[in-house]
Structure formats: C-alpha cells, structure tokens
Design a protein around this ligand. Structure first.
Ligand code: AMP
Ligand code: FE
Ligand code: FE
Ligand code: ZN
Length: 313
C-alpha cells in the first residue's frame, strides 16, 4: 500500500508531502499545519452521521484547518478524509478512537499517526469490530422481544463495513418512532443498567495503549474526566508506562475536579494535552471547534509519531 500518510512515501515534491518524524523541532516557524486544530471527529465509518469528506467540509466551515478523523476501531475512512482534506487545503492527522475496557467501564483511547497495517493493531480492531457486530445482534434480539425492531432496521442505519455501535441501534429506534433522539435512546433502552445491554469485547486500557504505541502511534485518553470519574491511578500509571502520551482535557464531558487532578499529572510528567469536539454530525450536539488543541501540542504529537505521517495541503 502506498498511501499518502506512509512515512517516507515519496511524491513529486517530498518536502511538501512527506513528514519526517522528529524533525518538527527544527522547523519552528515553518510548521506545515495551521491551527486551531480539532483532533476528535467521527464519520459514518463508525457512529457519525456524515461521510469522512462531509466531516472535513463541516470542520472547514467552522474555520478549522487541521483535523483528525478518529472513528471508533477503524481506519477505513482515512483515504476519503485525506482526499477531502487535500482539496480543502487542510492538514489531516489520521487517527482512531480505540475501544478499551476497565472492569465495567468503557475507556476510549485516541490514537494518532500509527501504522494502519500494524498486524497486532489490525487483529485487535478486527476482533473488536466483529464483537461489536455480534453484540449489536444480541441487543437487537433482546429489544425485539419488547419493541417493534428488526435487525434490518439497524443494518439500514449503517454503511457497509462500518463499526457498529449502540448509536446505530438508537438511529433504528428513532426511525421506528420509538424514541426522539440518540440521547433519549441512551438514557432508556440502550442504558447499560437496562435489560437489553450487552458489553462488547475490548482490551484493557494498558494493552490498548501498548498496541497503539507499538504501531508507532500517539495515544491520548479521550474524555478522561467524564461522569464515570478518573481511572484508578494504578491504571493511569500502567497506561503511562505503556506509552500513553497525554489526556484530552478539552472535552465537553470532562468534569472540573477530574481535570484539576489530571492537570497536576500533566505538569509532573510533561504530558500532551488536547482539546476536541468529538463531533458526530447530527448524532450529538457537539460542534467542530468547540474545543481545540494548541499548535504546540499538535507539533508534539507529530514529532512523537513514527507510524504514519500527516497529510499536508
Ligand atoms: P457503544 O460503543 O456501541 O457502546 O456506544 C457508545 C457510543 O455511543 C459512544 O461512542 C458515543 O459516541 C455514543 N453515545 C453515548 N452516549 C450518547 C448519547 N447520550 N447521545 C448520543 N450518542 C451517545
Ligand atoms: Fe461515538
Ligand atoms: Fe469516546
Ligand atoms: Zn469519540
């Protein structure tokens, strides 16, 4: 595969397209991306409602010039996003939001600029996506006992090969007129405490970070200070030892107390801090650019990554 994000891939003008990892420090003042940056966006390749190209257009319309596509457990949107970014004159950081689990709670690990062909990472995302499909079928069967809902309704809400999740079941429930919106579906039928919920397979957070790091990527915990509270320090320490680069402190779901604690860890360990929207198109109220990442932090992510390169305009 010779994709534009391949490290060292040559084009007619290698200085324009090819990012050598680790050289940004010497390029201060000539950064090839433009901030502010939004590094957490979803498309129809997972649970967003816009195609990767539409996501890039939406982000551009909101005045952003650097973005990362971070669909859940898949890289299948990268090519389309790269092409759209190119035609819009934007910089794209190919990324992903990798599912992980600590005991009962789901943990989301944002991964940037990893090698999409890394065998262990591919095997892991394949396994998660296939477990998500099985799990959605079981949930659909359980829901069908009480509501007029069929598996075909859910299939109709997903594009071929997409990472299937509860949001697609929510969209099927909306289409059937059983709930008003995704938020209502999540607080009722899709609630983890309810009778219909089934957990999906996901690696533990330390393994998730280790695999991303082994694939040359940069791992950042998504919305790390949400309602579920911070992960135990023992797990955070394990993740940092496995190569965790930082925290997404700018996210609407983070709570102030947790942010304060994480800021202390960031200062002690000189970690990367990001801010992003977690845009899902119409699937969530989150809008591109509602939180952003500073140029210095984007530069640190690019400098640290060895798995793939950004797509520059
Ligand atoms: P799953 O990974 O299939 O269990 O579904 C979790 C996904 O649902 C997350 O990625 C969120 O983007 C989305 N989600 C969670 N809660 C809500 C909500 N209240 N409204 C819309 N989307 C949600
Ligand atoms: Fe999502
Ligand atoms: Fe998430
Ligand atoms: Zn997300």
């Amino acid at each position: 595969m010779s994709a534009v994000w391949e490290i060292g891939s040559s084009t007619a003008d290698p200085d324009v397209r090819t990012a050598e990892p680790g050289t940004l420090g010497g390029m201060q003042g000539t950064r090839r991306f433009e901030g502010p940056s939004d590094l957490h966006l979803h498309s129809t390749h997972s649970d967003g409602t816009e195609s990767p190209a539409q996501v890039m257009q939406s982000v551009h319309r909101h005045g952003l010039r650097t973005a990362a596509l971070t669909d859940h457990d898949t890289t299948s949107g990268w090519a389309e996003a790269a092409e759209a970014a190119g035609s819009l004159g934007m910089t794209l950081l190919p990324g992903m939001e990798l599912s992980a689990r600590h005991e009962w709670r789901s943990v989301h690990v944002l991964a940037y600029l990893f090698d999409p062909d890394h065998p262990e990472l591919r095997a892991m995302t394949d396994r998660i996506r296939s477990s998500r499909l099985d799990r959605a079928r079981i949930m659909a069967d359980r829901i069908a006992r009480d509501y007029e809902l069929h598996w075909d309704d859910i299939v109709a809400q997903t594009i071929d090969g997409a990472t299937v999740g509860r949001p697609h079941i929510a969209d099927a429930l909306i289409a059937r007129g059983l709930v008003r919106d995704r938020a209502e579906a999540f607080s009722s039928i899709l609630n983890p405490q309810g009778d219909y919920y089934v957990a999906l397979f996901a690696p533990d957070p330390v393994t998730a970070v280790r695999i991303v790091t082994d694939a040359g990527g940069v791992a950042v915990i998504a919305h790390p200070a949400g309602r579920a509270g911070l992960l135990p320090h023992r797990i955070l320490d394990g993740m940092l030892e496995a190569g965790l680069a930082g925290f997404e402190l700018g996210h609407r779901e983070n709570l102030a107390g947790g942010i304060r604690t994480l800021r202390r860890i960031v200062a002690e360990r000189d970690l990367i801090v990001t801010g992003s929207s977690d845009y899902h198109g119409l699937g969530k109220p989150n809008l591109p650019g509602e939180n952003t990442t500073t140029d210095d932090m984007v530069a640190r992510i690019i400098q640290r990554a060895t798995g793939s390169a950004p797509v520059y305009p």
